[in-house]
Structures are given as C-alpha cells and as structure tokens.
Design a protein around this ligand. Structure first.
Ligand SMILES: [Zn+2]
Length: 119
C-alpha cells in the first residue's frame, strides 16, 4: 500500500500525485479531505482546527470532530483534512478562540445528550 503521507512528504506540495495517493488509500474520503485543504478550507484557531464542509463548518481536536458522522463513530473526512493540512503546513491561522466564537452552547448539548442516547 502507498502511504499517502509519505508521498506528501516526498513531493513537498499538494500536487496530483499526492491527491491520487490519498484517493488510493482513503477513496472518496481522501478526495474530499485533499480538496478541502487545497481550497484553504482548513483553519487553525487557538483551541481547535476548523474545517469548512459542504454545508457547515466543524471543529476538530485530534480524532474528534463535531460533525454528525463523527458522533456516530464514522471516520469523517474532516479529521483527515486536518492531518493533511498539518503535514503540508497549509492552513490559515486565526489568533482567536473558536470556542468563544459561537460553539460553546452546542458543545454543552453534545456532552449532556450523549449519555442519554446510550442508556
Ligand atoms: Zn467530521
């Protein structure tokens, strides 16, 4: 198997060779993630990475993503996009807190709603 992050390191840029490597390894998820990074849709705030998706934007911390798919245990492309952006050094940096930028109420919903659905 081709390791796409090794290809990215070798190529040193987000070119078509790297894109094909990510598609080979991750399929559609790889294409979505790669294109988002290339489009500059990955942003780094002081507290979270934020990925602008097709219909909404999501905040990511490690393998955690705030999108619906991630909450159902699906590996979404947003977390992969952040990893690609970090490896390529291609993201916009915002010297501000995303948490204080309007997601704190949603975050409360996640933590209080999750245990109830599992009981
Ligand atoms: Zn996600």
């Amino acid at each position: 198997m081709i390791h796409p992050f090794q290809v990215l390191k070798r190529e040193g840029t987000l070119n078509e060779t790297v894109r094909q490597a990510f598609i080979g390894a991750y399929g559609k998820r790889g294409a979505e993630a790669f294109d988002a990074v290339l489009d500059g849709r990955v942003k780094k705030y002081r507290d979270y990475f934020v990925v602008v998706g097709n219909t909404d934007e999501y905040f990511i911390e490690g393998d955690f993503c705030s999108c619906a798919a991630s909450r159902y245990g699906v590996d979404c492309w947003h977390t992969l996009a952040v990893k690609i952006a970090e490896a390529a050094g291609k993201y916009e940096t915002y010297d501000m807190w995303y948490y204080l930028h309007g997601v704190d109420e949603e975050e409360e919903d996640y933590s209080s709603a999750a245990p109830q659905t599992e009981q």
